[in-house]
Ligand binder design. Structure first.
Ligand SMILES: Nc1nc2c(c(=O)[nH]1)N[C@H]1C(S)=C(S)[C@@H](COP(=O)(O)OP(=O)(O)OC[C@H]3O[C@@H](n4cnc5c(N)ncnc54)[C@H](O)[C@@H]3O)O[C@H]1N2
Ligand code: MOO
Length: 695
């Protein structure tokens, strides 16, 4: 059973899924496995083109075409008339009549030029409607509103340029108001690229240049099988009562519909298996689904993956099918027993790889894990990787593909009410969001998000998904987690949006830019500036009397930071020291150690408690100063004043602000007295402070 597996952080789980998915893509790109087909035109949108398609000659438009309802003229006539016009006196110029004999009319859609008065001498014009063919020899169009039409006695029409427009018409450049052949889409230009996501615009482009939509080849879409497991389940699509102990299978309708909203796969209903069918029978069934005719590429199963006697899905995949488990538990709520497996099978000398997500049976857990893990996996399989942008070895392919995979859009949202944190695991809390416009410092419009919990988050309670816009990433609470117990109203946390707000690929969030990626590879240099990560070191000479004391410090720092900037406490360490020598050793180690790796700011809070505690407070400052490279003394004074204005005792603590080495986090020390004032005084300028000090 996978409960013996280590509980991996969600960030690592996502990365593993993306990397294994990338390996599947790699094996397909190097084998003949990548297949394509044509499909009915109405199903083309959302599919990926398997080939480059070029516009055949002559491109679009295929004739010189009028952009205006007006008259086709020859600019050589205009040049001649301009010469005459320029040699006239100003008075004669005012009397000058620029006129043309209208020799024919051509309407949009007319294939041939109608017969016309070819015997007529002088300036000639042809009436055209928008889109009509501009006949050879004519190279400009004058819009009707610049002309007056006069019927002559001989029945022929005369077109005169209105007086105020004469000068500009005389200066008309060749090809004015004409779309020349191929000017919108040049011949041979690529109108649909291999690997491109087909959008409505492509249907127009292909049609314009005369490519039949039936000839477009698309990559075969990923097929995802959904299987429910459990003796208790009955298929209940038609409704009706269940007998005692039985429940309707809610997961299949939920997941099949959820997958269909992703537009990146074809969801295949694999039905229900009962646990009592046994390992071997279930393995055989799944083997057929994965490798038989019309096989699926990915399987999602729900249920039977935790610690019960009937939880046999791990055995089904590993012992029954030779699968390899990459992780068997995730450090999150809901979704702990989530298990990710790959099955590689050699058929006719070629290895075929399938991906398996064995998800928990609780409907909310299954849905959230599908969103968190399966959606990015399917997006990567569907969109593929731009092979041109990478070298041809598997490692760099996998690296590139996983880093650039599209993941969830993240926004920072402020809680509308308190949420009690789970003490066992970080929670992906379902929230609904409201968005209000705010104006940033630079005057640009941005949005602030307010989050409201969808209520009780039990994993069986499907109602917690109703009206949810995303998953708020709440830290694990309590002393073993972030140190505080309640995410309070007004605090801000990241929310992963269920559906992306962005339309263009450029703004689509990539894994390498996501919070999850930062959490798993927290190297100071590749972090984004918009979510400040805070480490907190609490130093005390004695075990706290009040067991909530630490939690209070964490809450104060978190709440105060949250008021002023996007920051959250990521790491926490406590140092209890009995003599100053111990502090001299422990504090530098903790500041420089792995516990604080990757954070932007480290607050060192000295618990001075009483007057006796001040010597230890001084020692904390002394130790920190001895390891500091750059000091920001003016800021340290500002922190001290702010703390002292809140609690006079804080004036006796010597605050320090600075960095320890090149690129290190910014250290800020303060005492537990006047803590809120101290943190508040600096949190508004933390971003700036970091960019100035950390170089
Ligand atoms: N001793 C322990 N027990 C459990 C642990 C644990 O760590 N130790 N983990 C709990 C967590 S967390 C979860 S989540 C569940 C997941 O269990 P399974 O994946 O084995 O799923 P089942 O036991 O089969 O089902 C769980 C729950 O969901 C209902 N269910 C299952 N399938 C469906 C469906 N298709 N539609 C609707 N509801 C379904 C099922 O009846 C159960 O009530 O394990 C905990 N246990
Ligand atoms: O992890 Mo389970 O999905 O909490 O209920």
């Amino acid at each position: 059973m996978s409960n013996s597996m280590p509980m991996v952080p969600v960030s690592e789980a996502i990365e593993m899924v993306l990397r294994e998915t990338a390996k599947l893509l790699w094996s397909r790109s190097t084998s003949s496995e990548e297949s394509s087909s044509s499909c009915v035109p109405s199903n083309l949108v959302g599919r990926i083109s398997a080939t480059d398609i070029k516009a055949p000659s002559p491109g679009y438009p295929n004739h010189n075409s009028s952009i205006m309802d007006g008259y086709a003229v020859k600019t050589c006539d205009l040049i001649r008339a301009l010469g005459d016009y320029n040699s006239m006196s100003e008075r004669d110029q005012q009397e000058f009549v620029l006129d043309f004999t209208v020799i024919a009319k051509i309407f949009a859609g007319d294939e041939t030029i109608p017969s016309h008065h070819s015997e007529i001498n002088g300036r000639k014009a042809i009436y055209l409607t928008t889109g009509a063919v501009v006949p050879d020899g004519y190279d400009a169009v004058i819009p009707v509103e610049e002309t007056i039409l006069l019927e002559r006695a001989d029945g022929i029409s005369n077109m005169q340029i209105v007086r105020t427009k004469v000068q500009s018409v005389l200066n008309t450049k060749p090809w004015t108001w004409i779309r020349t052949i191929g000017c919108d889409v040049p011949a041979d230009s690529i109108v649909l690229s291999r690997g491109e996501l087909i959008c409505p615009v492509h249907l127009a482009l292909l049609t314009q240049v005369g490519v039949s939509l039936q000839h477009v080849r698309v990559k075969d879409i990923v097929r995802v099988g959904v299987l429910s497991t459990g003796n208790e389940l009955i298929a209940n699509a038609l409704g009706g009562y269940t007998t005692n102990g039985k429940i309707p299978d809610a997961n299949r309708p939920l997941l099949l519909a959820q997958l269909s909203t992703y537009h990146n796969c074809e969801a295949v209903d694999l039905g229900i298996v009962s646990d009592d069918e046994g390992r071997d029978n279930i393995s055989t069934k799944l083997e057929d689904a994965l490798f038989g005719e019309g096989s699926v590429d990915v399987i999602i199963t729900t249920g039977g993956i935790s610690m019960g006697e009937k939880d046999i899905m791990e055995q089904v995949f590993v012992e029954g099918m030779g699968g390899k488990i990459h992780f068997g538990r995730m450090n999150m709520k809901p979704g702990k027993p989530t298990t990710f497996i790959t099955i590689d099978k050699s058929i006719n000398g070629q290895t075929h790889r399938k991906l398996v997500f064995a998800l928990p049976g609780n409907p909310v857990s299954a849905s959230v894990c599908t969103e968190l893990l399966v959606r990015p996996c399917l997006d990567l399989l569907h969109h593929g990787v731009d092979v041109n942008s990478i070298s041809d070895d598997i490692d760099s392919f996998v690296q590139f593909a996983s880093e650039n995979a599209i993941v969830h859009e993240e926004v920072i949202a402020t809680l509308e009410s308190d949420i009690v944190l789970d003490k066992g695991r970080p929670e992906y809390h379902r929230v609904s969001l409201e968005r209000t416009p705010v104006v940033s410092q630079h005057g640009t419009q941005q949005y602030a998000y307010q989050a409201t919990s969808t209520g009780v988050q039990r994993s069986s309670r499907v109602l917690s998904l109703r009206n949810a816009d995303g998953l708020m990433m709440l830290p694990r609470g309590g002393p073993l987690g972030c140190g505080y117990d309640v995410a309070e109203k007004g605090m801000s946390y990241p929310v992963l949006l269920f559906s992306s707000l962005s339309v263009s690929n450029l703004t689509k969030p990539r894994f390498k830019d996501s919070l999850h990626c930062k959490m798993s590879t927290a190297a100071p240099d590749n972090k984004k500036d918009d979510a400040i990560q805070v480490g907190l070191i609490i130093c005390s000479t004695e075990e706290p009397q009040d067991e909530n004391a630490e939690s209070k410090i964490c809450t104060t720092v978190a709440r105060t930071l949250n008021k002023h900037c996007r920051a959250s406490i990521l790491r926490k360490a406590t140092i209890i020291f009995n003599d100053n020598n111990a502090l001299t050793q422990q504090l530098p180690d903790t500041v420089n150690g792995t516990a604080m790796e990757g954070v932007d700011i480290i607050f060192v809070v000295g618990c001075i408690g009483n007057i006796a505690g001040f010597s230890s407070g001084l020692e904390i400052s002394h130790v920190l100063r001895s390891i500091m490279l750059k000091k920001a003394n003016a800021l340290a004074l500002q922190v001290r004043q702010a703390a002292a204005s809140q609690d006079g005792l804080a004036a006796l603590f010597e605050n320090v602000v600075g960095t320890v080495r090149k690129g290190s986090a910014v250290l800020i020390s303060c005492s537990d007295k006047g803590l809120e004032g101290a943190v508040g005084s600096i949190s508004g300028s933390i971003r700036h402070l970091r960019s100035v000090l950390v170089q």
